[in-house]
Design a protein around this ligand. Structure first.
Ligand SMILES: *Cc1c(COP(=O)(O)O)cnc(C)c1O
Length: 455
């Protein structure tokens, strides 16, 4: 499969470049030049595959010029052997809704599904290339932990993770900062997640610096992550045995829900994709009325969605504009000036596939409480936002993506119900272990100097 940048589709790239670089040099995101569209008969053939087999089928469509299907299958099996569920994900119910539990990996959030795979994909790449790679990534709380777990101890790889100081849950932080492996560096930035993401983007676009350290990115814009996430939309659709289903997706950077859009474009009979946001509701404003103007980031009990600039939205902009990269680049300029209003025709196209809703803090806590009382189930605050959005829209046959284990957010669930879920046995040690992270100013040069001193 060949790829192009959303901001200039005249040049083509292979999967290796897309995976290792993450972001195109022109600042755009990589997209494949074409997509397979499964027929109903072809979908039937996929229906009875187990999770690992299905992953290999789908990911191979995008990566076959980089890794053989056989080697890919081996990597996938290895990646998901670290999960507590044999079939990687699990489907449960809350009232009328289905929950797609994606948090059974080593760091208790859906990010593990893609990240465990990516870690092994790096290892595969380095087994064929005599190089040292430095991964630099910003996290709103869960990406960092998942990336660290996937990369720690792997040779010829370092990982630098920037998180917003004091703005993630204590359990989220401890899972990242108690890791002892020498190739892991945690940086707490005095700022919010958008600041962290901005620093990483600026370091990337300093081509001299980023080349000098062989910098690589595993943010949710990385195409390899997106395709690994597409798999569970297919898998859960097959398990539910309905003609069509809708998905409610707790959304921050628009990565997870974009993976669902990709599944739909590939022929999976998805009715609606519900973009569920917390009080940082730019995507809800955008999808419901075209208003894509970012405001001040608010801290909420669902910190992994405290985001105002959803990087992956650029891919949607590209697709709804018929893969026109000139137009996309133009819109991205407007977004940079924070003055983008989605025009009516584009909005109509978006609303064919997407609905949106937002839940404020009180609503989120109320949902956690109600579900605990009615179903004796503790929801994590992100999942609660997904449930809240689905309830507000009252859609039939709706699956809510359950993106994190509730034990990761004890502060939030204590607030709602005076209870918190215990960490799984094998992770309890992080609570008392010494943490290791460097606090830095919200300043690119400082971060660059820190990285330089470590590589
Ligand atoms: C990252 C994250 C999200 C948001 O996912 P995006 O792909 O950024 O939209 C939602 N919930 C949890 C628990 C997360 O870690």
């Amino acid at each position: 499969m060949k790829y192009v940048s959303t901001r200039d589709n005249t040049k083509e790239y292979n999967f290796e470049r897309v995976f290792i670089k993450g972001l195109a040099d022109d600042g755009g995101l990589y997209v494949p030049i074409s997509l397979k569209k499964y027929s109903t008969d072809e979908l039937l053939e996929l229906k009875n595959l187990n999770y690992n087999e299905l992953s290999a089928e789908i990911i191979n469509l995008f990566s076959s010029d980089f890794i053989s299907k056989e080697e890919l299958s081996f990597l996938i099996k290895k990646s998901y052997s670290t999960f507590r569920e044999k079939e990687v994900v699990k489907i449960s119910s809350v009232g009328e809704l289905k929950l797609l539990e994606l948090f059974h990996g080593p760091t208790l959030a859906f990010k593990d599904v893609a990240m465990q795979f990516i870690g092994n994909l790096y290892e595969y790449y380095l087994s064929k290339n005599d190089k040292k790679i430095n991964i630099v990534v910003a996290t709103s709380g869960d990406t960092g932990a998942a990336a660290i777990d996937a990369i720690k101890g792997k040779s010829n790889l370092n990982i630098f993770v920037l998180h917003p100081n004091n703005r993630i849950s204590s359990v989220q932080r401890k899972i990242m900062t108690t890791v002892e492996e020498q190739n892991v560096f945690n940086i707490a930035i005095n700022g919010n997640f958008d600041d962290c993401q901005n620093i990483v983007k600026q370091i990337f676009s300093d081509l001299e610096f980023s080349k000098s350290i062989n910098m690589s990115g595993v943010n949710s814009i990385n195409w390899a992550r997106i395709i690994a996430q597409t798999v569970y939309y297919f898998f859960s659709y097959f398990k539910l045995d309905k003609e069509t289903v809708s998905f409610s997706v707790p959304t921050g950077n628009f990565g997870d829900v974009f993976a669902g859009y990709l599944a739909k474009k590939m022929g999976l009979p998805i009715d609606k994709l519900i973009v569920a946001t917390n009080e940082n509701d730019i995507l809800h404003r955008a999808i419901s009325k075209g208003d894509y103007v970012s405001r001040e980031v608010k801290e909420t009990s669902s910190p992994s969605m405290d985001i105002q600039l959803a990087s992956n939205f650029e891919r949607l902009i590209y697709y709804i504009n018929n893969s026109d990269s000139v137009k996309t680049a133009d819109i991205m300029k407007k977004i940079k000036q924070n003055s983008y209003q989605i025009d009516k025709s584009n909005l109509e196209i978006i609303q064919k596939d997407f609905l949106s809703e937002s839940c404020n803090e009180q609503e989120t806590l109320d949902i956690i409480k109600k579900n605990y009382e009615e179903n004796n189930m503790i929801l994590d605050p992100h999942t609660a936002v997904g449930v809240g959005a689905a309830n507000k829209l009252s859609i039939n046959d709706c699956v809510v993506l359950s993106t994190a284990h509730p034990c990761k957010f004890p502060e939030a669930t204590n607030n709602a119900i005076n209870k918190n879920e215990k960490l799984p046995e094998e992770l309890r040690y992080v609570l008392d272990k010494d943490e290791n992270f460097q606090v830095l100013k919200n300043n690119v040069e400082e971060v660059k100097n820190f990285i330089k001193s470590k590589v």
